[in-house]
Design a protein around this ligand. Structure first.
Ligand code: NAD
Length: 464
């Protein structure tokens, strides 16, 4: 789409948002219900499109990780919306009484959404639903790496919404550059930290506030007090869901020195249980593109070249279909400190295992690196747990499991530092895309005149 097409779509939404500033509950509900119908009628087609884009990815995975999440978000939002939209009274200090004050919750206007390919339905429509609930108009730019899903989203949204309510624009990085240069009232970006920096710069030129949902390296700490088998299956599930292509997947494991072999064994058992075969197993997603597949293989080649030991876990072995880009889970022991594997987000089924000698050492390792999107801790020693929680800062945490904090509708979801800023889900998302306008209603009995000049003696009486 040419720049003029983008500008025309934006202008129509912008005009609409300035002429219809008040967006009543009934209209917001109607938009959310249209979204629900879209999902109800087209969930299966969307799951098929995702499968076609990945090559291998079971429709059930899309059902759980994309569609179920969106249905839950819609139900929660529809139920809570009347309360969220209400003005919020605030206490008024004595010197301003009997005036009263409240926060009026209003739409921001036009919200831009840029989404990635890994959960292409959830991460596109989740922010759109949140923006609509807050009364905004929305332009969505989904990923070019899932062309079938993105085209279907464009078609379905085009049928369900007027272009000045919600529209989808399709294109690659070049179009995305034009997109993020539009003077949105808010730009909601989900993607890599590298592109997040570019988006933040483009938005700053327009003073457009952003929400950046980025990536990074999420650590998983195994405490000496943990049950290794239980930890291993939960880590394997979180790591291998979508073949590691999950923003909050455990990126690496920190464990007490000496327990590497026990973890390797327990992890291999867990993989065999979850994925009796890898090649041809639709539950085990393919790597999204040849480029990402090559990137992951190169990480392993580099690590091995530098002396790391690589443990490939392919329980079904043989019968590989290399063209499917299904990459077997891999544990890596002894990776070099400056290897790419330990310094770049992995975003695939490779799990480096790093021993620590003391809890302090593990905490220092984490704190010497950019703040992670998620952190996981496994064990029963609550003193150790609380030390890790108190002395590390991350976007979110699940204790004794992986991923699950993202599924809690009352927990805000987002990053911190290089893993992003701003959070959404539940009321946090509604507020992120809402202007909370402070309003003071002055009473005729209010003594504002106490502060008028001439100050003279009266000043001392009032301030003293
Ligand atoms: P990406 O940053 O390459 O692309 C994301 C989107 O940005 C795509 O739609 C792309 O077209 C667009 N884009 C590319 N260049 C752009 C530019 N110059 N200006 C504006 N937009 C541009 O990310 P990806 O490969 O699609 O997704 C994987 C990354 O996303 C990983 O780092 C992962 O951790 C992260 N992620 C984060 C979350 C989260 O909620 N925090 C969720 C999923 C994925």
């Amino acid at each position: 789409m040419a720049g003029s097409g983008l500008a025309a779509l934006f202008d129509a939404q912008y005009r609409g948002s300035r002429t219809q500033v008040e967006v009543p509950l009934a209209l917001r509900r109607d938009r959310l219900l249209r979204m629900r119908t879209l999902l109800d009628e087209n969930g299966a087609a969307l799951a098929q499109a995702v499968q076609a884009d990945f090559g291998v990815r079971s429709p059930q995975l899309t059902e759980i990780a994309d569609l179920f999440v969106l249905r839950t978000l819609l139900s929660h939002t529809l139920k809570a919306l009347p309360k969220w939209m209400k003005p919020v009274k605030v206490r008024t200090p004595l010197y301003l009484q009997p005036s009263h004050a409240y926060l009026q919750r209003q739409p921001l206007g036009v919200v831009g959404v840029v989404s990635p390919w890994n959960y292409p339905v959830q991460l596109s429509l989740g922010p759109v639903i949140t923006a609509l609930a807050a009364g905004n108009r929305v332009m969505l730019k989904p990923s070019e790496l899932t062309p079938k899903t993105s085209a279907l989203l464009a078609e379905l949204i085009g049928k369900a919404f007027a272009a000045d309510e919600v529209c989808v624009v399709l294109g690659d990085g070049q179009l995305a550059t034009g997109f993020s240069s539009l003077p949105f009232d808010h730009l909601f970006f989900t993607g890599s930290t590298a592109v997040g920096r570019i988006v933040a710069r483009a938005a700053a030129a327009n003073l457009t506030p952003t929400t950046l949902e980025l990536g990074g390296k999420s650590p998983c700490i195994i405490d000496a007090s943990c049950d290794m088998d239980q930890a291993a299956i939960k880590i394997a599930h979180g790591k291998l869901l979508n073949a590691g292509q999950t923003c909050i997947a455990p990126d690496y494991v920190l464990l007490p020195r000496g327990s590497e072999a026990a973890f390797g064994e327990a992890f291999a058992k867990a993989v065999a249980k979850l994925f009796p075969t890898i090649a041809g197993n639709p539950d085990y997603a393919a790597i999204i593109s040849p480029g990402h597949h090559e990137r992951l293989k190169a990480l392993l080649v580099q690590a091995e070249g530098e002396g790391a030991r690589v443990q490939v876990l392919d329980p079904g072995a043989a019968a590989g279909r290399p063209e499917s880009r299904q990459m077997a889970p891999v544990l890596v022991f002894g990776a070099a400190a400056d290897s790419k594997l330990l310094n770049e987000e992995i975003f695939g089924p490779i799990l480096p295992v790093l021993p620590y000698d003391s809890l302090d050492g593990a905490i220092e390792y984490i704190n010497a690196r950019p703040r992670p999107l998620a952190l996981y801790w496994f064990g029963t020693d609550t003193t150790a747990r609380d030390a890790v929680l108190a002395r590390t800062v991350s976007g979110g945490v699940t204790v004794n499991d992986t991923l699950m904090h993202i599924a809690h509708e009352n927990l805000p979801f987002g990053g911190v530092g290089e893993s992003g800023w701003g959070s959404y889900h539940g009321e946090a998302g509604f507020l992120r895309l809402t202007q909370q306008k402070p309003v003071l209603v002055s009473s005729k009995w209010a003594r504002g005149d106490l502060f008028y000049p001439p100050y003279g003696k009266r000043f001392d009486q009032v301030m003293g």
